[in-house]
Design a protein around this ligand. Structure first.
Ligand code: HEC
Length: 182
């Protein structure tokens, strides 16, 4: 028993010594890699619940858009924006034309205000998470289309790097992405 305790305290000492060295301390990323990969939809549901309430829920949600956990997918995916009805809130054929992402990134094509309203913009990690979720939907849509013998979404779109990344769009001259996708 004493031997066990001694061994334990040595081990604990080793762990704390290790953790105290910033360069060697396990990073957040390492921890995340070991954890089971969370479902992108769950992550996005949490982001909306944290950042978009209380406006987008209840009987009269802002912009008639209910982003509560059990409703956001049906409210967004391939649903036309009420502000620019030629664009879909989440466009599974073209991530970059998803109006939701434009609102989150304060894209200059949006009407009215960037989201979240009256709050700082979401951190890029959160916007990326929304992009990852949309990309996953896009891949599902492509697989379904392929199984029906319909040509899938343009390859350029599917292979585009990190659609949620603010850098990809922000650095481009206006409309170059749009023109390429037409
Ligand atoms: C303080 C209240 C408030 C918060 C918080 C808020 N919104 Fe909004 N949202 C609005 C209002 C009001 C509108 C309509 C006017 C506008 O666009 O500025 C709107 C419009 C939108 C639209 C456009 C809908 C359409 O059909 O075109 C989207 C997309 C949207 N919000 C997403 C979000 C997301 C995602 C979040 C959280 C990251 C969020 N909003 C947080 C109040 C809010």
């Amino acid at each position: 028993m004493i031997a066990l305790l001694a061994a334990l305290s040595v081990a604990l000492f080793a762990v704390s010594a290790f953790a105290e060295q910033p360069s060697l301390a396990p990073s957040q990323t390492t921890v995340n890699v070991l954890a089971p990969k969370p479902d992108p939809k769950v992550i996005v549901g949490d982001i909306f619940a944290t950042c978009c309430m209380p406006c987008h829920q209840g009987e009269t949600p802002a912009a008639k858009l209910d982003l509560s956990k059990d409703k956001f997918e049906a409210a967004l995916v391939n649903v036309a924006s009420t502000e620019i009805d030629t664009l879909k809130l989440v466009d599974t054929a073209n991530v970059r034309k998803s109006y939701l992402l434009m609102k989150l990134r304060a894209d200059k094509r949006i009407r009215a205000n960037p989201m979240p309203l009256r709050a700082p913009a979401l951190e890029s990690a959160r916007i990326n998470a929304v992009g990852v979720w949309i990309t996953k939907l896009l891949n599902i849509a492509a697989t379904k289309a392929a199984s029906l013998g319909v040509p899938a979404v343009p390859l350029g779109e599917a292979a585009a790097p990190a659609p949620g990344a603010p850098t990809t769009e922000a650095r481009k001259p206006p409309d170059s992405g749009g023109a390429a996708n037409r």
